[in-house]
Design a protein around this ligand. Structure first.
Ligand SMILES: [Zn+2]
Length: 397
C-alpha cells in the first residue's frame, strides 16, 4: 500500500485515552507504538524515559481508542434501498463492492469486522488481501455464505441447507471456503417477503448439529434471530452471538446468561430501513414492530447483565459501511453507558471474534488505534469524528 511512511517507533499524545476494557479514561495520555505493536498505553508520566526522544504526534482535544470492531457487516452489499435487488449480480462486481466497502470501514476507524453472509468467498478473499497488505481495509473474520433453510431469509447471501446431516456438511463446506465463523439464520427476516421475522426457522435438532459441528472445528456461530422462539432455540444450541434479538422475553435473557452468548442488536438496520428514502413500504411496515420492541429488549438484556457487542448489519437498506460509531450512539440512546458502548465496539467485539490481540490498548496488542476528535466519554458523538487511524502502527487515515 502507498502513502507516506509512519515513523517507527512513534508516540501519540492526547488529553484522553480509553483502552476499550470499559475502564474510565486516562487523562494526559500517551501511547507508544513499535514494530506494529503497542509498547505502552497510559498516562504520559508513565512513558519509558527513552520515549521522550522518539518522534511524536500531538492530538489536542482528542481521545485515543482501539480501532473499532463491527461484529456484523456484509461487505458485498452497499446499503441499496432494496438489498436483494441491489446486490451486484456477478462475482466480479461483488468482489469490487467488498474492496470499496472495506476501505469505507477503515476510513471510519473500523479496523476489524465480522462478515456475516455473502454468496461466496468474497469477504474471505477481501480479508486475506488485507492480511497480505494488498488491500486497505479492516481485518475480516468471515462467515462465508449464511446457512439458511429452504424458504428462509436471505437465500441470496447464503447456502440453502435442510436437515441435520446437511447442517454439518454446510459447516464443512464453509470451512473449506475459508470461513472463520458460521452464520445461521434461525428465524425469518424483515427483508425477505413471505418470511415472518418472529417465526423460528430451523428445528432444534438442526441448530444443535450445526453448532456442535462448528464448535468441534473451532468456528464460532452467530445466529440471526428476531423472534423469541428462534432466539431461545439458537441459545439452547449454544451459539456465540444473537444477531438482532429484537423480541427477548425472560426465558431468552436467562439463556443468554446461562450460555454467555453476546447480543449484537444492530440498531442501525431498522434505523436505515425506517429512515431510508426508497425503502419499499412493505419493508418499513415489517420493520416497525421489530424496532419498537428492540429498545425494550435491549434494555432488559443490559440490565440483566447480558454482554453486548456493536454490530451494524452494514450493507442493508440505507445502512452504509463504517457506521459502527453511530451504532454505539444508538446503544447509548437505548440506555447503555458510554464506556460500555465503547467496550462493545472494541474489546467485547474483538473477544467475540476470537481476535484477542485487538480491540484493546495495552502493551503487546496490535497497534490499531483510532484518534477521535473530542472527549468520547463525555460525548459519544465524538466517536464519529475521525482524526486519524493507525493500523499495525502505520497511519492509514
Ligand atoms: Zn446481516
Amino acid at each position: 500500500m502507498t502513502g507516506p511512511a509512519t515513523p517507527d517507533p512513534l508516540v501519540l499524545r492526547a488529553p484522553r485515552l480509553l483502552d476499550g476494557t470499559g475502564t474510565p479514561a486516562v487523562t494526559d495520555a500517551a501511547l507508544l507504538m513499535e514494530g506494529g505493536r503497542i509498547g505502552y498505553a497510559g498516562p504520559a508520566a508513565g512513558l519509558p524515559e527513552a520515549a521522550g526522544r522518539l518522534p511524536s504526534l500531538e492530538f489536542p482535544g482528542a481521545t485515543l481508542l482501539p480501532g473499532l470492531v463491527d461484529a456484523h457487516v456484509h461487505l458485498v452489499a452497499s446499503g441499496d434501498p432494496d438489498l436483494a435487488a441491489g446486490l451486484p449480480k456477478t462475482e466480479a462486481e461483488r468482489m469490487l463492492a467488498a474492496v470499496v466497502n472495506a476501505r469505507r470501514n477503515l476510513d471510519r476507524g473500523v479496523t476489524l469486522v465480522r462478515d456475516l453472509g455473502a454468496p461466496g468467498a468474497e469477504a474471505v478473499l477481501a480479508g486475506r488481501a488485507v492480511e497480505e497488505g494488498a488491500l486497505a481495509g479492516p481485518r475480516v473474520v468471515a462467515a462465508g455464505p449464511a446457512v439458511t433453510m429452504t424458504g428462509g431469509h436471505i437465500p441470496y447471501l447464503g447456502r440453502v441447507t435442510d436437515g441435520v446431516d446437511a447442517m454439518r456438511a454446510a459447516v464443512r463446506a464453509n470451512l473449506a471456503l475459508g470461513a472463520r465463523c458460521i452464520k445461521v439464520v434461525a428465524t425469518g427476516g424483515v427483508l425477505t417477503p413471505g418470511v415472518d421475522p418472529r417465526k423460528p426457522a430451523y428445528t432444534q435438532a438442526e441448530l444443535d448439529a450445526l453448532v456442535d459441528e462448528a464448535h468441534r472445528l473451532g468456528l464460532t456461530v452467530a445466529a440471526h434471530a428476531i423472534g423469541e422462539g428462534g432466539v431461545a432455540a439458537a441459545l439452547r444450541a449454544g451459539v456465540d452471538s444473537i444477531e438482532h434479538g429484537m423480541f427477548l422475553d425472560e426465558a431468552a435473557i436467562e439463556l443468554f446468561l446461562a450460555t454467555g452468548a453476546r447480543l449484537s442488536a444492530t440498531f442501525s438496520a431498522p434505523y436505515g430501513i425506517l429512515s431510508g428514502p426508497g425503502v419499499p413500504g412493505w419493508v418499513k411496515d415489517r420493520a416497525r414492530p421489530a424496532a419498537e420492541a428492540q429498545a425494550r429488549s435491549f434494555q432488559a438484556a443490559v440490565q440483566a447483565g447480558v454482554p453486548v457487542v456493536a454490530g451494524t448489519d452494514a450493507g442493508t437498506p440505507d445502512n452504509h459501511h463504517g457506521g459502527v460509531a453511530r451504532e454505539v450512539g444508538f446503544m447509548v440512546e437505548a440506555g447503555l453507558d458510554v464506556l460500555q458502548g465503547v467496550q462493545a465496539a472494541t474489546a467485547e467485539g474483538a473477544e467475540l471474534l476470537g481476535v484477542d490481540d485487538r480491540g484493546v490498548l495495552r502493551r503487546s496488542a496490535a497497534a490499531d488505534v483510532l484518534v477521535a476528535g473530542g472527549d468520547v466519554a463525555a460525548d459519544v458523538a465524538a466517536l464519529q469524528r475521525v482524526v486519524a487511524v493507525f493500523q499495525g502502527g502505520r497511519q492509514v487515515v
